[in-house]
Ligand binder design. Structure first.
Ligand code: SAH
Length: 400
């Protein structure tokens, strides 16, 4: 096997991941990377072409092992070996995956050690049917620039035996692990992490990463983009679409741990961020403080409700960044933005279908699409990010 043009090949033919059918995570397996990009481009042209020219998707020079967040469910086979991987598509059957093409290799190596240690330390694997046992999932996150690694052990039971020996061996073998947490999840849903706060087992409870020259602290439950190389490309595109000159009032809606707003803050007058997840807002506030940023404020609220209140209070905006989840935004949010009349809206989307729906709304209400830039954050899968610049039609003539 060799790597050619960013793709594992066997005798020049694109290799297909042996787990792809059962796993279902990568829809574009078996296609060379260039072909994957042209498939995405075609789909984007179909969905977004009516709003303007879709620029060529920015791809990766090395699209393998880009995912800095790795999650495995655990099981034991009949011979007592510990196995792990994703659930089979549409079920709770764990597929044993030893080598994934898109997962970070350092994280995968830790998963292999955890399998071995689970066996030697006699840690029981959780059984969903009987609700007995301990280890259910492992979530690993790696800070791309810092190399810091977080391991979250997810237990299916509240009664967890002493994990000291397990943890001390794990961090001795992998000194790159800087923090280990325990999360309890004995629910039946497919959520990886349970709702309660994690118990800290080792280190500070978070990792740090550097993005666009700023340092970010990331907790277990906070959203953080999974492809750090392409995130830098996406954010710099989005910030350039905002056309900031240092005096603008900027909103960063659906802000997560504050990444876009913090990266934009040096170029803006002031920034207001809003996010639903309280852990992410706590991270965002600490991130602002640790980067010495004084012109930013974060609120923990539903983005639609918050923007409606801002609009009612007569708050204006020059630029609104919005980066909603896959389900897209809401009429409540968009109508409030339209009332606040920013001259530019920068929409960062991870789902072109809901993006098209929301662009229809904006373009029917005084905005027009000026630029559409897709960035491939998820090679081998059908997913793609898109940054869109919308201009208020009254102002459109004056902005390049
Ligand atoms: N801009 C951030 C996060 C984008 S992901 C980044 O690039 O890292 C989308 C974020 O929207 C998540 O953090 C999620 O918690 C948040 N979110 C989901 N629904 C929301 C809502 N109704 N109001 C505010 N935030 C929401």
């Amino acid at each position: 096997m060799s790597e050619e043009n960013g793709h594992k090949t066997i005798n020049g033919k694109a290799e297909k991941c042996p787990y792809s059918k059962a796993c279902g995570g990568c829809d574009l397996q078996g296609s060379r990377y260039k072909r994957q990009l042209s498939k995405k481009q075609k789909l984007l042209n179909e969905l977004l072409g009516e709003f303007g020219e879709v620029r060529p998707v920015i791809g990766m020079s090395d699209p393998l092992h880009y995912r800095n967040k790795v999650h495995h469910a655990f099981k034991r086979d009949r011979s007592g070996n510990v196995l792990s991987g994703p659930y089979e598509k549409g079920s709770h059957w764990v597929i044993n995956v030893d080598d994934c093409m898109i997962e970070d290799e350092a994280c995968q190596c830790i998963i292999h050690t955890i399998r071995r240690l689970t066996k030697s330390c006699r840690i029981k694997i959780y059984n969903e049917d009987t609700d007995e046992g301990i280890l259910r999932h492992v979530l690993i996150r790696r800070g791309f620039s810092t190399g810091e690694i977080m391991v979250v052990l997810v237990s299916g039971s509240r009664k967890v035996p002493d994990l000291k020996r397990f943890i001390s061996q794990l961090v001795m073998i992998h000194p790159e692990i800087t923090t280990v947490l325990l999360n309890i999840n004995h629910g039946k849903s497919s959520m990886i992490l349970g709702p309660d706060r994690e118990k800290l087992l080792y280190g500070p409870g978070y990792i740090k990463d550097i993005l666009c020259g700023k340092t970010f602290r990331i907790s277990a439950k906070s959203f953080y983009q999974v492809n750090p190389v392409q995130t830098a490309v996406l954010y710099s595109t989005a910030i350039s679409f905002a056309g900031l000159t240092g005096i603008e009032t900027v909103f960063d809606a659906y802000c997560g741990i504050g990444t876009i707003g913090i990266c934009a803050s040096d170029h803006a007058g002031n920034v207001i961020g809003v996010e639903l997840n309280p852990d992410a807002v706590r991270d965002a506030n600490i991130n602002a403080e640790e980067n010495g940023i004084k012109n930013i404020k974060f609120y923990n609220d539903d983005a639609g409700r918050f923007m409606r209140r801002m609009a009612k209070e007569g708050q204006t905006a020059d630029v609104v960044f919005m980066d909603p989840p896959r389900s897209g935004s809401t009429k409540e949010f968009m109508s409030a933005v339209i009332d606040m009349a920013p001259s530019r809206v920068v929409y960062v989307s991870c789902d072109p279908e809901t993006l098209a729906r929301d662009l229809k709304y904006f373009t029917a209400h005084s905005y027009r699409v000026k630029k559409i830039q897709p960035v491939d954050m998820f090679p081998f899968t059908r997913h793609v990010e898109v940054a869109v610049q919308l201009l208020r039609t009254n102002d459109a003539a004056f902005v390049k």
